[in-house]
Design a binder for this molecule. Structure first.
Ligand SMILES: [Mg+2]
Length: 425
């Protein structure tokens, strides 16, 4: 049984004296968080309110009270609309011309993603001060697992989250909506219930009945196609999934049926998975017999450089530093790094730097049992491989590697091999 001590004011964080209060006895605010079972919940989803538009309004008081649409740009669609524009029917992903028709007086601001990323990092940093278990979903939303943090933060997770929301408002002048529940699925659903500046709670006890009347589309992974298949067997509400015979559901949904059934009952076992920041990307290989020939090592180095380049391209990184690692037959490891390079994603450029180091090392008569290459200072790829007056070959190399990459995507990794890679195989 919950006592009033678990209820508090979201503005001044004062604990409620009784559970009959409708306004805070300390500051008079009506924003009380009162929910039976509140103290049992620790999985949260935090979603910034109209993130891009709120940042632009914050930074330009002249547009504060006007409808603001962030958009235009290359794709010609709305990326974020503030709440004033939303009232007029403007939505994310809507074509700009339509948004302008609905809200002709809207101020249109082109997106400044770099600025939003900085703010996003500031918010994430505040989250990480509360728990290491922060799982970002996008630039403006994340899951947090606050289990077991009561003693550290001197309060239940709900209170810690209210403090965080308040801190983001005070320090960054932005608002967020919080969803708090006992799993990720319901936390995310909850954060959407009361935007902006919301704080919604779904407990285990109420989950099944809460979900019953909701459309099946709020279940993550149930997109338009699945919704259509379910509608064909007469299922549009979650309660119908809760009650449906398994074989009937399986007929419409296939393999996903058990997951769907579990979610419809408010069961979701996914953990909050923190992302570890990637600091370097490297590849190495150990030989069956020791190698001392530079030519042989160079061939292997090319293949490793290609792998590192591939992984960087996939992960969306470039590097300004290349490390070569060698282990000789006496198990001595040599690691040599070249830093301060122009940012690159290209295998050819990584290889070029690593090869120069290798050549120098091979002047000493030694046999090696391992070689590795790494991209060790990762950076944003937007500035990478632009070339300059001194180096016009970069752009050509980038085009060539781009062509090879897309051929490999179509026909598989072995579809095309550059000369040096063929030499050894
Ligand atoms: Mg958002």
């Amino acid at each position: 049984m919950t006592t009033a001590s678990a209820f508090f004011c979201r503005d001044c964080l004062t604990v409620c004296k009784t559970d009959e209060e409708t306004r805070c006895s300390h500051c008079g605010s009506p924003r009380l968080l009162k929910h039976q079972g509140l103290e049992t919940l620790s999985i949260a989803h935090i979603d910034c309110d109209a993130f891009y538009a709120s940042i632009e309004k914050r930074d330009n008081p002249e547009i504060m009270n006007k409808p603001v649409i962030i958009g235009g740009g290359k794709r010609g669609v709305v990326s974020t609309a503030c709440y004033l524009a939303r009232i007029r029917g403007v939505r994310s992903a809507m074509p700009m011309f339509k948004a302008r028709q609905l809200c002709p007086e809207a101020v249109v601001v082109p997106p400044n993603i770099d600025k939003y990323k900085v703010v996003s990092r500031e918010i994430r940093q505040m989250m990480l001060e509360l728990t290491p278990l922060v799982e970002p979903l996008s630039i403006d939303e994340a899951f947090l697992d606050l289990s077991g943090t009561e003693r550290l933060h001197h309060g239940i997770p709900a209170l810690t989250l209210a403090k965080l929301a308040r801190r983001i408002e005070n320090e960054l002048n932005l608002t967020v909506s919080v969803g708090l529940s006992y799993n990720k699925f319901l936390a995310k659903v909850a954060s959407d219930l009361e935007k902006p500046r919301g704080f919604s709670v779904i407990t285990r006890e109420e989950a099944v009945s809460f979900l019953a009347d909701k459309p099946v589309g709020i279940i993550y992974g149930v997109g338009p196609a699945a919704q259509e298949r379910l509608a064909k067997i007469g299922i549009t509400k979650i309660k119908q999934i809760q009650l449906a015979p398994l074989d009937k559901l399986a007929g419409a949904i296939g393999n996903d049926v058990l997951r769907l059934l579990a979610l419809s009952r408010g069961e979701d076992k996914r953990r909050v998975e923190p992302v570890h920041e990637v600091k370097s990307i490297s590849n190495e290989t150990t030989f069956e017999t020791d190698i001392s020939s530079y030519e042989e090592l160079e061939t292997i180095l090319w293949r490793l450089s290609e792998k590192v380049s591939q992984r960087m391209k996939h992960a969306g990184f470039a590097t300004t530093s290349v490390t070569l690692k060698l282990k000789d037959n006496k198990f001595q490891t040599i690691s040599r790094v070249r830093s301060g390079l122009p940012p690159t994603q290209l295998a050819a450029r990584i290889f070029d730097v690593a090869r120069q180091i290798l050549k120098k090392e091979c002047e000493k008569p030694r046999a090696y049992r391992l070689i590795g290459v790494g991209a060790t200072e990762l950076c944003d790829p937007t500035e990478a491989d632009q070339g300059d007056l001194a180096d016009t070959t970069v752009i050509k190399t980038a085009q060539m590697e781009g062509a090879i990459d897309s051929l490999r995507q179509k026909f598989g990794a072995n579809a095309i091999k550059k000369g040096i890679s063929l030499r050894r195989s």
